[in-house]
Design a protein around this ligand. Structure first.
Ligand SMILES: Cc1cc2nc3c(=O)[nH]c(=O)nc-3n(C[C@H](O)[C@H](O)[C@H](O)COP(=O)(O)O)c2cc1C
Length: 228
């Protein structure tokens, strides 16, 4: 069941949190987190992801959200697509999050650390600087063929949300094409990370917020259409 959140604002303000306050999860916390997970809409409902919470988390987080997932391109895209919707849901509830690929839970490509945001320390400074996490490629660099001057502002807003998606080592290995005022195409390097699905999730929730509904369709491996 999708929730009515201000996703555009959440996407613009979210950043990876790498220092957390000490906080032991309560039953209410777990219910809230699994509620955010349940709010995520699937891209391919045939791919089953059974999200779980592990109590031990790196970086002092309160927990780790993960699911068993295959390694095909489609499965990794699905993992990122649903995982990022959960990240945004958790962000809306005041949780800090960080996608985490350095260590894997068994059967899972990567996980999502979450907890109560703490004062940024050396770890935040070092890892943030290494990944240059506060920087992004410009839309001009990412949009193949450029943005038509008479494009609807909605097209630019959807692509702006896609641009701000988090990715492993901030690779941002995707590009966009404007098809019409109600459709863009996102292409990405699927690799071994769920980055492309994360990018698609940001575009989808933004289009849905602005237009009321959005459809994501797989056109080819690593190529997806978002229309509204
Ligand atoms: C799939 C994935 C794996 C990631 N793995 C790590 C990680 O292992 N350690 C870490 O500190 N950050 C990790 N990150 C966070 C990225 O470095 C971060 O999202 C990127 O630099 C952009 O910064 P931002 O999230 O603050 O906007 C990961 C992100 C993604 C999407």
């Amino acid at each position: 069941m999708e929730k009515e959140l201000n996703y555009i604002e959440l996407i613009r303000t979210r950043h990876s949190i790498r220092d957390y306050e000490q906080h032991t999860l309560t039953d209410a916390d777990r219910a809230q987190i699994m509620g955010a997970v349940a709010s995520a809409v699937p891209l391919d409902s045939g791919i089953h992801l059974d999200w779980k919470i592990a109590d031990a988390a790196p970086m002092g987080g309160s927990g780790l959200l993960y699911a068993g997932c295959g390694t095909s391109n489609e499965e990794l895209v699905e993992y990122g697509y649903r995982g990022e919707q959960s990240v945004l849901g958790l962000t809306a509830e005041g949780w800090g999050t960080c996608w985490y690929g350095m260590a894997h839970m068994p059967g899972s490509p990567c996980s999502i650390v979450f907890g109560k945001p703490g004062t940024p320390g050396v770890r935040s400074a070092m890892l943030g600087a290494l990944s240059r996490g506060h920087t992004r490629k410009s839309l001009e660099q990412l949009v193949t063929g450029g943005i038509p001057a008479d494009s609807s502002p909605l097209v630019r807003t959807v692509m702006e949300s896609a641009r701000l998606a988090p990715s492993a080592i901030n690779r941002q290995s995707w590009n966009f094409e404007v098809v019409s005022d109600t459709q863009i195409v996102i292409k990405g390097d699927t690799g071994r990370f769920p980055d492309l699905g994360i990018c698609l999730a940001n575009a989808m929730v933004t289009a849905r917020q602005l237009a009321g509904a959005a459809t994501v369709t797989r056109l080819d491996t690593g190529t997806y259409s978002i229309s509204w």
